[in-house]
Design a protein around this ligand. Structure first.
Ligand SMILES: NC(=O)c1ccc[n+]([C@@H]2O[C@H](COP(=O)([O-])OP(=O)(O)OC[C@H]3O[C@@H](n4cnc5c(N)ncnc54)[C@H](O)[C@@H]3O)[C@@H](O)[C@H]2O)c1
Length: 386
């Protein structure tokens, strides 16, 4: 079986799906690895490193013609999707719930789509394959570094002959994988860290990393399914917001990481809250995308300074800003999944397997993911019970 590692083409993407260190185990399992010329350059990995590790460096034409499985980080562009042929498979962070139309296209072309963002998060057997976690980890770390970079003061308490610098007050909203890494990183830089989440179990996790958990008078338990948070009701949101606004106003740095799967991220930092912050404060909205973000003032992909001189960063792809580390983690996740799915030198997509079942989105011309099928069903058909 031939695995093809493509050169990513999405704007600003510098990661690569496999790194040379990951090739050994795949080759030992009987797989042949083809690498598109320049695939690793964004992550500062020369073609020669892939060749030394046993890969065959080829043109895009050869890669698409020969590969049984094309591996990538981001979903293919429409042009790249058109190059895939029937019987071929593609694996990556395909975002099937955000782009169900692409899944329909791949199914119609007879392409098997395997998505790493569908790995079950709470299954310990699948931890080594959890690319959402490994990339969120990088994101949480880089969010703090970007905040520190944009902040005009020190993070730690510093006593010098020229005076004393007070430590920065950092608030992390959303204590998932990215939030926990942000707490740890901000603490290591010497900040005083507070954190808040709607899942009560996160209190202890935040405290174990040295953050103070923000307890609101309005107690909300929004634990949802699969370890994720559910969407808050309008009433819960309003009561949470009023109290959060007061906390936010006293902070130097606010890092927001809150997502609700498949939906627009919740607004946690309103314009009113931003207006309460002191000049020189910094917000990093990690949830910002075309769908919106956690901060009403953020603009995806941009850094803005508000009228009251608060800097609002909304980086869209933080893992790509640390491509060597994030590619190494991603490659580990992808090769673990691949080795799990390969049997006797071919993909074995057994629907009774609790990892293979959720990650296979399209197979043999059909959309296997029920969530994607629902998104593609017109509302009228849903109402009629179709
Ligand atoms: N192996 C494992 O057991 C494992 C590994 C990784 C993640 N997980 C779990 O998977 C789940 C998802 O993690 P993630 O990092 O992808 O989360 P995520 O990116 O979906 O969300 C980040 C955080 O935002 C919080 N949030 C959502 N709405 C909010 C709101 N209105 N106000 C405040 N906070 C809000 C969520 O509760 C979550 O903690 C978590 O339960 C995590 O512990 C488990």
């Amino acid at each position: 079986m031939k695995i093809g590692v493509v050169r990513e083409t999405a704007h600003g993407e510098r990661r690569v799906a496999l790194v040379p260190d990951a090739l050994g185990k795949l080759i030992a399992a009987g797989l042949e690895v083809l690498v598109e010329t320049g695939a690793g350059l964004g992550a500062l990995i020369p073609d020669s490193a892939f060749a030394d590790a046993g890969g065959r460096v080829v043109s895009a034409e050869v890669l698409y013609a020969e590969s049984d499985l094309v591996v990538r980080v981001q979903k293919p562009s429409p042009e790249e999707a058109a190059r895939l042929r029937s019987g071929q498979a593609v694996m990556g962070l395909l975002q099937p719930l955000l782009d169900p139309g692409l899944m329909a296209t791949l199914a119609a072309q007879g392409v098997t789509a395997i998505s790493l963002d569908a790995i079950p998060r709470m299954l310990s057997r699948a931890q080594s394959m959890d690319a959402l976690s490994s990339q969120a980890n990088v994101g949480g770390y880089k969010a703090v570094l970007q905040a520190a970079n944009a902040f005009g003061r020190y993070f730690p308490l510093l006593t010098t002959a020229a005076g004393t610098a007070k430590p920065a007050n950092v608030l992390v909203l959303g204590i998932g994988v990215a939030g926990l890494q942000a707490i740890g990183t901000a603490r290591r830089l010497g900040a005083v860290v507070r954190a808040y989440d709607v899942r009560p179990e996160t209190r202890e996790q935040a405290q174990s990393l040295g953050a103070q958990f923000v307890t609101l008078k309005t107690q909300i338990d929004a634990t949802g399914s699969g370890g994720y948070a559910r969407e808050l009701t309008g009433e819960e949101r309003a009561s949470q917001q009023a109290e959060l606004n007061e906390v936010i106003g006293a902070m130097d740095i606010v890092i927001t990481t809150a997502q609700v799967p498949g939906r627009k991220p919740p607004v946690l930092v309103t314009r009113e809250a931003v207006a309460k912050m002191r000049p020189g404060s910094v917000i990093v909205d990690m949830a910002a995308s075309a769908l919106g973000g956690n901060c009403e003032a953020s603009r995806a992909g941009e850094t803005i300074v508000t009228d009251n001189l608060v800097t609002v960063l909304a980086p869209e792809n933080l893992p790509a800003s640390m491509p060597i580390g994030s590619s190494a983690f991603y490659a580990r996740n992808l090769s673990s999944l691949l080795l799990h799915l390969v049997k006797d030198g071919a993909l074995n997509l057994d629907p009774s397997d609790d990892i293979a079942n959720p990650v296979v989105i399209t197979l043999a011309g059909e959309i296997r993911s029920e969530s994607v099928r629902k998104l593609l069903t017109p509302p009228a058909a849903v109402a009629a019970g179709a």
